[in-house]
Design a protein around this ligand. Structure first.
Ligand code: FES
Length: 159
């Protein structure tokens, strides 16, 4: 059995698109297995994470990617929260006012955004859903409760 046949038979791996198409698009959002997923192609690597920011559900698709604290991060367009692409870690910069000469440094909030695994098989891109147990803050924006709340609020540009 080939690797491609294995992928097609595996229920937890989902086709995102042809590799060349994803590379060209750089960002692909797709609803798979009940989740809105964002796949990112950046500097030769693929990443996947929940598409809604853990802070307040902002759309990460149009976020800038920056290297911060030696890690590639997506910067949420809504309120500029920084999320590492590989781990889904929330990071922020702050200084301690109690220090004599406060110097801003990076701190971690821990894993806040659920990230998924990207697989390349035979010229196709698949996402294998995260198997990390327990609640990760971005999970809320994948729930039916959130979708219902969102459906009741008109988009900003329609108010
Ligand atoms: S919704 Fe992403 S920073 Fe607020």
């Amino acid at each position: 059995m080939s690797a491609e046949e294995n992928i097609e038979e595996s229920p937890e791996q989902y086709f995102i698109g042809k590799k060349e198409d994803v590379i060209q698009a750089k960002r692909v959002s797709k609803f798979v297995n009940g989740r809105d997923i964002l796949v990112i192609y950046h500097e030769g690597k693929f990443y996947a994470m929940d598409a809604h920011c853990y802070h307040a559900g902002g759309q990460l698709e149009n976020g800038d990617i920056e290297e911060l604290n030696n890690k590639l991060c997506i910067v949420c367009p809504s309120h500029k929260y920084k999320i590492t692409l590989a781990e889904g870690e929330g990071i922020y910069k702050a200084s301690n006012p109690k220090e004599k000469n406060p110097i801003p440094r990076w701190f971690s909030k821990g894993i806040k955004q659920r990230v998924h695994t990207v697989l390349e098989v035979g010229g196709d891109i698949f996402v294998k859903m995260s198997e990390v147990r327990g609640w990760i803050e971005s999970d809320y924006y994948q729930t039916e409760k959130y979708r219902q709340e969102k459906a009741m609020c008109p988009p900003d540009n329609e108010s």
